[in-house]
Design a protein around this ligand. Structure first.
Ligand SMILES: *[C@@H]1O[C@H](CO)[C@@H](O)[C@H](O)[C@H]1NC(C)=O
Ligand SMILES: *[C@@H]1O[C@H](CO)[C@@H](O)[C@H](O)[C@H]1NC(C)=O
Length: 368
């Protein structure tokens, strides 16, 4: 028996409020945020209708607005946003302790979407209140606004291809778009969007899935190149059946429903009846009626495959952010500075000094 195994056997029975990520050869775990309850429930969907919550994590800080959720497989970390507390948090998920930290606060209005670039270690946040997308360094808390997007609702990133995807707007203004991870090279993927709420990327098939809320009540998907749109799921048109937050991995999609405490799951390709994970709807034998689930996340190592950093071994020589751009560019990245700092003429170093370099101000010039 290995030392590690002995250590785990000794520790695990005493491990409360802590989680262990699945191994590469295991199926995904699903994490779902209990919005008003300030809790995160983790369950194993392989149990089907009988799946039970294997860990219920109390979120220590926050203001009953837990919403967006993401994971960092290599670092054993879960990130989430609280849109009332206007903060971004992290939770260590190494099976030993449950250290919860505030990694970003201030300069946020209503942070909802989260997406993690596991190759370049950048956390992207969409803020519906301030109409912008920001990138945060989860270790230092340094942050930069990369895009102003009116009514931005949710986002996803794919550091293996260098693209950032987001949904924004409502009815006539609703749209699904992309840009490179530095916020440049914007393009529309689809305007066939009505009342979007949540976006999830299927890395294997390079398709985006999103929810259309009441009264549309659909889950739609489209290839990242804008081809082959599909209606994946059409729910009953009543409010309580509205799909809200979605996550996709391997062959399955999982989503939360209406303002209820309900999670459903289904194969993404066959039109079967969804599985309703009923054991998540009760606590201590009592049915939970008034606590909607919000963000949902499939924690699956297969979603975060390792590939070489576009910034090389030395952060592209950048003093602060190294943000990938079109992968065919040389170099395939741009150095970028936290808000309040400027890029110097070497295109690498950030300083609070003023510079003549026009590149440092491309975002400001774009919107002026
Ligand atoms: C769920 O549990 C019930 C009652 O124990 C059992 O009859 C049923 O076969 C189980 N279903 C699955 C999919 O395991
Ligand atoms: C910095 O970027 C600008 C604009 O792309 C370019 O003209 C200039 O040559 C670059 N400077 C250096 C030192 O690479």
């Amino acid at each position: 028996m290995s030392t590690l195994l002995v250590v785990l056997l000794v520790i695990l029975p005493f491990c409360t409020d802590c989680i262990v990520f699945p191994r590469q050869d295991e199926g995904p775990l699903i994490a779902v945020m209990d919005f008003k309850g300030s809790k995160m429930d983790i369950f194993d969907p392989s149990g089907g209708v009988n799946a039970t919550v294997i860990e219920e994590i109390n979120l220590e800080d926050g203001d009953r607005g837990a919403c967006g959720i993401e994971f960092n497989y290599r670092g054993d970390v879960i990130y989430w946003t609280d849109l009332h507390a206007m903060k971004v948090y992290s939770l260590k998920a190494d099976g030993i302790d449950q250290e919860q930290k505030i990694i970003f606060e201030g300069d946020l209005g209503s942070p909802q979407g989260l997406a993690y670039d596991w190759i370049h270690n950048n956390l992207y946040v969409s803020d519906l209140g301030l109409n912008k997308i920001m990138v945060i360094n989860p270790e230092t808390g340094a942050w930069k606004t990369i895009l102003y997007v009116h009514d931005v609702i949710d986002l996803e990133v794919d550091p293996t291809t260098g693209w950032l995807y987001w949904i924004s707007g409502w009815e006539d203004t609703a749209v699904l778009m992309k840009s490179t991870l530095d916020g440049q090279n914007q393009a529309v993927i689809s305007s066939d969007v009505e009342r979007p709420m949540s976006l999830s990327l299927d890395y294997d098939e390079q398709r985006l899935y999103w929810t259309e809320t009441y009264p549309v009540n659909m889950i739609k998907s489209i290839r990242v190149d804008g081809e082959d749109p599909k209606i994946v799921h059409q729910a009953d048109s009543r409010y309580q059946f509205s799909p809200m937050y979605i996550t996709v991995t391997r062959d399955d999609i999982y989503w939360t429903q209406g303002s209820t405490h309900r999670v459903l799951g289904r194969s993404k390709n066959t039109d079967q009846q969804p599985t309703r994970y009923k054991n998540l709807e009760t606590r201590g034998g009592r049915i939970i009626l008034d606590k909607p689930f919000s963000g949902i996340l499939a924690i699956d190592p297969r979603k975060q495959t390792e590939s070489p950093s576009l910034c090389g071994d030395y952060n592209g020589g950048c003093s602060h952010f190294c943000l990938p751009t079109l992968i065919q560019s040389t170099p395939p990245y741009n150095c970028a500075c936290p808000d309040g700092m400027n890029l110097m003429d070497d295109n690498s170093t950030c300083s609070t000094e003023v510079t003549k370099n026009p590149k440092s101000n491309w975002l400001d010039s774009f919107f002026s």
